[in-house]
Design a binder for this molecule. Structure first.
Ligand SMILES: Cc1cc2nc3c(=O)[nH]c(=O)nc-3n(C[C@H](O)[C@H](O)[C@H](O)COP(=O)(O)O)c2cc1C
Ligand code: SF4
Length: 487
């Protein structure tokens, strides 16, 4: 039976468990920080001496932890890129923007167990020689910011933060910074600009890799809330032991947000790769299945920007057998292990761990229109393909959902979406807005064409338009779109 594995969520939602420091301490809180600060230098067989912070960084590397914010990049590797020789201060930023639609895991930690996150942050800061760290929290989490500020006060009062933490000689201050509620503020370089007091325009990489040129042009680590919580558990268990959780290259646990047409929407912590997409949707321990009489239509497996899967899809994936030999096997959608690599191999991603389930009652055109509206609204506007493309796609979809579609809108949408990603934009928002459109249109093409054809026929019958415009998409289409009646 697939089961939850509650590590980060261990105490969350238990009766009587509160965000107060007292409660956290009663449950063993800050013991791992104490242990981390007390780590003595270790001499390696070759004579090299590893300081306590260096050992902590090594444990995180050994653990195989991959970032839980979206990209799934190795946390240990990210930390190893930090420029430690620049002479500039190193900053740590906890990304608590949680802006990817469908994702609601970080807020559970912030609201219900803030000290766990702070302990992870303090350990990560100590490991990276950080003396000033920030929590960038999305503007809408008003209560979350209040809870965190109270937790910071409590931690300061008890000597877990501030000068000479627990008598170790280590100093750290953490500030909460509230964003103004824009999706792009979750993108790390946009976040940094916003934290500097500017509009959240993402920076181009290179040269602005945060590990080298981040906040105030200083080396900066940006990690997700859940990633920083995992750091605490890695230090508690040891990196190698942590790596035994989950599956190779997909280690540890992660929190999955399940929403949409399931009986038990919610957040669940699993060992990465030990539970399949089908189990997450259908098992009583997780999503609990679809509503009475409904069939699965589609799954968005990693937040709204992940490419959609169509029910019934199968994938050819490389699998390693018990004998260690690799072979290509056909894997059905619902049998895909929920991990980083399998979902990428199947053409999508696990992203922020947000699974959105769509049953056969879903109007797929309307669902994509909803997503596209979001991206058109949230594009920061710096790059032409993203700014214009996201808007054109949203307008075309709005046309399709308002009886003004054309049969060729499917091709038109695909054409725009194909011309946004692939290095044409400053940040990955370009991919994020294009992937849903590319995948929805490719996998549900018939529905898009049928919708446009029905609209064109209806208009022709009413004499409003003799024939739908034809031919390949053209820049002039932009002018036509401008005439689309407003809602
Ligand atoms: C458009 C966009 C929005 C993002 N939003 C978030 C977010 O809300 N929270 C988050 O942790 N990461 C978000 N990310 C990923 C961050 O840029 C960054 O990779 C992440 O915070 C790094 O943390 P991790 O390595 O611990 O995952 C976003 C990325 C993009 C391109
Ligand atoms: S890709 Fe979009 S969101 Fe990112 S910088 Fe360019 S315009 Fe802004």
């Amino acid at each position: 039976m697939p089961q939850e594995y509650r590590q980060i969520l261990q105490h969350i939602d238990q009766p009587g468990y509160t965000p107060a420091l007292e409660c956290y301490l009663r449950h063993g809180g800050y013991a791992v920080l104490r242990q981390a600060l007390a780590l003595p230098p270790r001499t390696l067989p070759g004579g090299q001496v590893l300081s306590g912070p260096e050992q902590l960084r090594q444990e995180v590397m050994v653990s195989g932890l991959r970032g839980r914010g979206g990209a799934g990049f190795s946390c240990g590797l990210k930390w190893s890129f930090v420029d430690r020789k620049s002479g500039k201060p190193i900053y740590l930023i906890c990304n608590a923007d949680e802006s990817e639609p469908g994702t609601f895991k970080d807020k559970q930690i912030i609201y219900k167990d803030p000290h766990q996150m702070l302990e992870g942050m303090i350990i990560a800061s100590y490991a990276n020689d950080v003396h000033l760290a920030f929590i960038y929290i999305r503007g809408e989490f008003v209560e979350g910011a209040r809870i965190l500020n109270r937790a910071l006060q409590e931690a300061r009062a008890k000597g877990f933060l501030g000068r000479n933490i627990l008598g170790s000689g280590y100093d750290l201050e953490i500030h909460v910074h509230r964003g103004a509620g824009a999706y792009i503020c979750g993108e790390e370089t946009g976040l940094i600009e916003s934290l500097e007091g500017k509009r959240a325009y993402p920076r181009i990489k290179p040269p602005y890799f945060p590990a080298v040129l981040g906040l105030y042009q200083c080396p900066t680590i940006v990690n997700n809330v859940e990633t920083l919580c995992a750091v605490k558990h890695i230090v508690a268990r040891g990196g190698a032991e942590y790596a035994r959780l989950g599956t190779p290259n997909n280690t540890g646990t992660r929190i999955v947000s399940i929403s949409g047409h399931v009986r038990r929407p919610g957040y669940y912590e699993i060992e990465v790769g030990k539970v399949t997409l089908g189990e997450l949707i259908h098992d009583p321990a997780f999503g609990g299945g679809l509503r009475e009489g409904r069939q699965l239509k589609a799954i968005i497996p990693g937040g709204s920007s992940a490419k959609v899967f169509k029910a019934g899809e199968t994938f050819k994936l490389k699998r390693r057998g018990p004998d260690g030999k690799e072979s290509v096997q056909e894997v059905a959608l619902l049998d895909l292990p929920y991990d980083f690599d399998s979902l990428i191999a199947a053409g999508s991603m696990s992203g922020s761990g947000a699974i959105i389930v769509l049953d056969d009652s879903t109007d797929i055109v309307a669902a994509l229109a909803n997503i596209a509206d979001f991206y058109a609204h949230e594009s920061c506007g710096q790059c032409t393909p993203c700014r214009e493309g996201s808007l054109w796609m949203a307008k075309a979809l709005r046309r399709l959902t308002h009886g003004e579609g054309r049969p060729e809108d499917a091709d038109y949408l695909a054409h725009i979406a194909d011309n946004i990603p692939g290095g044409r934009t400053i940040c990955a928002f370009g991919e994020a807005c294009a992937w849903p459109v590319q995948s929805f249109v490719a996998k549900f093409r018939d529905e898009f064409i049928a919708r446009g054809a029905a609209d064109a026929k209806r208009r022709a019958a009413s004499g409003r338009e003799t024939a739908a415009p034809s031919g390949p998409p053209h820049p002039a289409t932009a002018a036509a779109l401008a005439q689309t009646p407003a809602e």
